[in-house]
Design a protein around this ligand. Structure first.
Ligand code: LLP
Length: 437
């Protein structure tokens, strides 16, 4: 079976990314290098916008920028008409540096600090997604101090268990995120918000998890939120204009994974929204979705250079590359699976079985365990596709390795969008110890 992320090749048979030869990109920018195919980013966004538009619902695609955050991606999302989600002052700052329109920014997070809220209100962020009672009080203080008002959504934990890794499920009742629906916390929160005239209540938000392959969880989520909204309409005469169902749309990393296509899941979602709101005699809400992974994941490929090998009798050989858990923590953290290709001959028969490992001082720094790949030797370029989400954004300087460079490639042109970190940047915040005397 072939990996269904079809990759293009150059006339010489090399891997082609955004119309550029992967080997040329590796030579020009060095490795490890993350390359985004901009056409693929744009196609992923338009799949969301077009499918939602076809449903007839008013809608917005809010790119969850935790999946990959840098000035260039916010610029692209601004140009494509998206909204963005940010979850920290740092993401907000980056979006603003990219001149992303603040009214299209949604600020999420389960422990936004007062300083972060002050920053968001000063910069006229469009929507604050309120997560907890402490935040309601903090935001009230900030709004009073700044004599400001803001649109808010209320994050509800709908008690839905999405079947995915336990570190990335978020909608179940026992979660650190949001107001619990079952125990009535969400309704108490609504009352607090309604009592605060500086908060303009616009919507209900929930997010049930990440890397979700089937629509079932979304259906339950929508039905529960609709029931809640109907109760609020009866008891408080408020009907939120926006229903934000979060992100979590799953993508295919390897041949063993078979997510239902995003388009199909979205169609099920829009049909469910229309049906449940009609049955509950409620006006149709504007539907907001917050994909992160499904937009940037498949568009990104990481290129590495092969270095050392280790052979043991009766064991799979280790082949090491010049990156690893510092640029992609997902295999070590979530047991995430990837595939890899020899970028010089991606279509050559995968006759070797190896363990592709990184250069970090951890035995768990294995990028792909039991990989079938065409023969590799030192100096060859290995490509790991589908590394555009939660790779660079979770990168670290472990072992004081520099974080990689990032390039956008489109129709044969490439442009550096994040420089490779330098050794001098690694020590920029270090100060000499002056001793105690
Ligand atoms: N909205 C909210 C409120 C979220 O918490 C998340 C992800 C998203 C949207 C976007 O979810 P996506 O469409 O990307 O699945 N680091 C993990 C994923 C953590 C996701 C956290 N929240 C990973 O590498 O798999």
């Amino acid at each position: 079976m072939s990996f269904s992320h079809q990759f293009a090749t150059t006339p010489t048979g090399h891997l082609m990314l955004g119309g550029c030869d992967a080997l040329t990109l590796a030579r020009k920018y060095g490795t490890p290098l993350i390359v985004y195919d901009v056409d693929q980013l744009e196609a992923a966004v338009s799949q969301f916008t077009q499918t939602l538009a076809a449903s007839g619902l008013t809608s917005a695609v809010c790119y969850a920028s935790k999946a990959f955050s840098c000035i260039a991606i916010y610029q692209l999302m601004a140009r494509l008409g998206c909204h963005v989600d940010v979850v920290s002052g740092g993401e907000l700052y980056t979006a603003l540096q990219a001149h992303f329109p603040p009214e299209r920014i949604c600020f999420h997070g389960n422990n936004k600090t007062k300083a972060e809220l002050e920053f968001a209100i000063t910069k006229h962020v469009g929507t604050i997604v309120i997560d907890n009672f402490h935040e309601i009080n903090l935001l009230k203080q900030v709004l009073t101090n700044q004599n400001a008002t803001v649109n808010v959504m209320l994050r509800v934990t709908p008690g839905v268990q999405a079947h995915t890794h336990r570190y990335i499920t978020t909608g179940q009742t026992d979660s650190k995120f949001g107001f619990d629906l079952a125990s009535g916390q969400a309704t108490t929160a609504l009352q607090w918000i309604l009592a605060c005239p500086r908060m303009n209540f616009i919507g209900v938000h929930a997010h049930i998890g990440s890397q979700i392959f089937v629509p079932d969880g979304f259906i339950t989520e929508i039905n529960r939120l609709c029931t809640l909204i109907a109760q609020w309409a009866r008891n408080f005469a408020v009907i939120p204009a926006v229903l934000d169902i979060g992100g979590g749309f799953g993508i295919q990393y390897t041949n063993d994974e078979h997510p239902v296509p995003v388009k199909t899941i979205l169609q099920t979602i829009t049909t469910t929204v229309k049906q449940s709101f009609k049955q509950a005699h409620l006006p149709l809400p504007a539907l907001w979705v917050e994909p992160g992974r499904a937009i940037v994941g498949p568009a990104g490929t990481t290129l590495y250079t092969v270095g050392s090998e280790k052979h043991l009798p009766g064991r799979l050989p280790y082949v090491a590359v010049d990156g690893g858990m510092g640029d992609n923590i997902r295999p070590a953290l979530y047991d995430a699976h990837y595939t890899a290709l020899n970028a010089a001959c991606p279509t050559a028969p995968a006759i070797n079985r190896i363990r592709l490992v990184g250069k970090y001082c951890e035995s768990g720094d294995v990028l792909v365990d039991d990989l079938r790949i065409a023969p590799l030797s030192a100096g060859d370029i290995v490509a790991i596709p589908v590394t555009g989400a939660y790779g660079y954004s979770m990168a670290s300087n472990y072992n004081r390795n520099c974080r990689p460079a990032v390039v956008f490639a489109q129709r044969g042109h490439s442009q550096l969008v994040i420089r490779r970190e330098s050794y001098s940047q690694l020590v920029i915040n270090d100060l000499p110890y002056e001793g105690s005397n």
